[in-house]
Design a protein around this ligand. Structure first.
Ligand code: S3P
Length: 169
C-alpha cells in the first residue's frame, strides 16, 4: 500500500488529523517537520532564524527523497510548504486538507496553546502576510492533490471517516 501524504496550509490540522487517522486504522505516522527537527537537532523556528528559509527548503527536499526511498504504508503529515518538493507524488497519495483562511485562524485561536502555535511558525508572524501566502498557495495545493477534503466546521471524527471513504479503506 502507498503512503498517504497530507498537505495543506499551516494550522489546518494536518498533524491532528494524521494522528487520529493512525489511531483509527493502526497505520504508523510521521511528520516532516518532526523528521527535520530530529535530523538537525533544532527547532524549525531556530533553523529559519539561523540559516534562513532556503536552508529549510533544502532540508525538506532531502526529507522528501528519504521518504520516497525508505517509507511505505505510512501516514505522512507535512509542513505547509512541503508540497513544493520535486516528485511529491512519488511519496504517496496526496490528500489536500482544505479550509478558508478564516477557518484556520478560528481553529488556531480556539486552542488553549494558540500563542505558542503561532510563535513556532516563522511564516505566521504577520496575519496579512500569512493571508497573502495562503491565497498564493491555494491553487497550488489544489493542483498537487489526488484527493481534496474539506475540513472546515467538521469534527476530527467526521474528517477521518471522510478520509477513509475517499481512500477506500
Ligand atoms: C511552513 C509550515 C510549517 C513549517 C515551516 C514552514 C510553510 O509547518 O514547515 O514553518 O511554509 O507553510 P505547519 O504547516 O505544520 O505549520
Amino acid at each position: 500500500m502507498k503512503n498517504i501524504v497530507l498537505i495543506g496550509f499551516m494550522g489546518v490540522g494536518k498533524g491532528t488529523i494524521a494522528r487520529a487517522f493512525c489511531a483509527k486504522t493502526g497505520m504508523y505516522g510521521v511528520d516532516t517537520d518532526d523528521l527535520i527537527e530530529s535530523l538537525e537537532n533544532r527547532k524549525i523556528k531556530t533553523i529559519f532564524k539561523e540559516n534562513g528559509e532556503g536552508h529549510f527548503r533544502a532540508l525538506e527536499a532531502r526529507t522528501a527523497s528519504w521518504l520516497a526511498k525508505n517509507v511505505k504504508n505510512t501516514v505522512i503529515s507535512t509542513g505547509g510548504g512541503f508540497f513544493m518538493v520535486e516528485d511529491l507524488n512519488k511519496i504517496g497519495t496526496i490528500v489536500y486538507l482544505k479550509s478558508s483562511f478564516d477557518g484556520i485562524i478560528e481553529r488556531i485561536m480556539s486552542q488553549p496553546n494558540a500563542k505558542h502555535k503561532l510563535q513556532k511558525r516563522p511564516l505566521f508572524q504577520e496575519i496579512d502576510r500569512a493571508k497573502a501566502l495562503f491565497e498564493k498557495r491555494v491553487p497550488l495545493y489544489e493542483k498537487k492533490a489526488d484527493i481534496s477534503i474539506q475540513v472546515e466546521n467538521k469534527s476530527i471524527k467526521e474528517i477521518v471517516k471522510g478520509l477513509e471513504k475517499s481512500l477506500k479503506f
